[in-house]
Design a protein around this ligand. Structure first.
Ligand code: GUN
Length: 291
């Protein structure tokens, strides 16, 4: 039976470190602030945004939540973002994805000021971390790394998983998880293979992975016979099946072969929210020091 990586416990550890920084900022007269923008009424997005607000509250970060009608125009949404770009009490702006089809996601994300892009989805943030070769430098330079991949990296590193030279297989190629986690693992000297819906012989590629990141949104897709003995498995999936939340990995099967595995819930999810808080605090520190 595998050991379980508790994202919940690691997130608590990181939040305790973060609380000290927030208290220090407040002593200097700066309260970090996050604005979240939700368009429409997707039940999953409502929960994610609410959890982000609750995390802010528990840490003493100021937060504002904008709940917008699903028919909002591009112009109105961009003009709200431009207003938030100018507000001193806001250090981070997050537009919850996905957006309704009539909105141009790329351009909306690009309207966020890069110095408030705590989600790391602006072209500037993506290009900035793409160009940095070394993960340690990314951290030293306090780049805004996208929260889910950032959380995964912190889990692997805090659990002392050897990344250098490891074969890492990433299932999924989204801008939110698959592509950025592949780039981050590469920056930590792993050999990375990205698989997607058109990949041939996917099971055999997975079997070669010392580390397997599953981010494809298919419930219990990864089975025991697709993984190597001793693999480290990070399950990013959040799928609702019969009123239960399950990951992209068949936990009961795969945990028999894995050396380490994240549960769903309680694995990647809490880390994602925590790394968003980390980025918001970094942004507040920068705003305080650089004006
Ligand atoms: N939708 C799913 N994950 C995320 C995330 O990390 N940030 C935003 N903004 N939307 C998401």
């Amino acid at each position: 039976m595998a050991n379980i990586i508790s994202g919940k416990e690691l997130a608590e550890e990181i939040k305790a470190e973060l609380k000290l920084k927030i208290d220090e900022l407040k002593r200097k007269g700066k309260t970090p602030g996050l604005a979240t923008i939700l368009v429409g009424k997707s039940p999953a997005s409502i929960i994610y945004v609410r959890n982000k607000g609750l995390a802010c509250e528990s840490l003493g970060i100021y937060s504002e939540q904008y709940n917008l009608d699903e028919n909002i125009t591009q112009e109105d949404l961009v003009s709200l973002i431009h207003k938030l770009n100018q507000e001193d009490k806001i250090d981070g702006i997050l537009v919850q994805l996905p957006l309704p089809k009539h909105l141009d996601e790329m351009n909306i994300l690009a309207s966020i000021s890069p110095d408030k892009d705590v989600d790391g989805f602006h072209f500037y943030s993506v290009g900035r971390f793409f160009c940095e070769k070394d993960y340690n430098n990314m951290k030293k330079n306090k780049l805004f790394l996208p929260a889910t991949p950032y959380g995964i990296m912190e889990m692997l590193i805090r659990k002392n998983i050897k990344l250098e030279g490891a074969n890492a297989v990433v299932l999924g190629r989204s801008n939110i998880v698959g592509k950025p986690i592949a780039m981050l693992l590469l920056s930590a000297n792993a050999t990375v293979t990205i698989c997607h819906s058109k990949t041939q012989d996917l099971a055999n590629i997975c079997k070669n992975g010392d580390i397997l990141i599953a981010a494809i949104g298919k419930p219990k897709f990864v089975k025991q016979d697709m993984v190597k003995e001793g693999v480290v498995v990070i399950d990013v999936g959040i799928n609702r099946v019969d009123d239960k939340i399950v990951g992209d990995v068949d936990f009961d099967e795969v945990s028999k072969k894995a050396s380490l595995i994240t549960p769903v819930p309680g694995g990647v999810g809490p880390m994602t929210i925590t790394m968003l808080m980390v980025n918001t605090v970094v942004s507040a520190e920068r705003h305080l020091n650089e004006g």
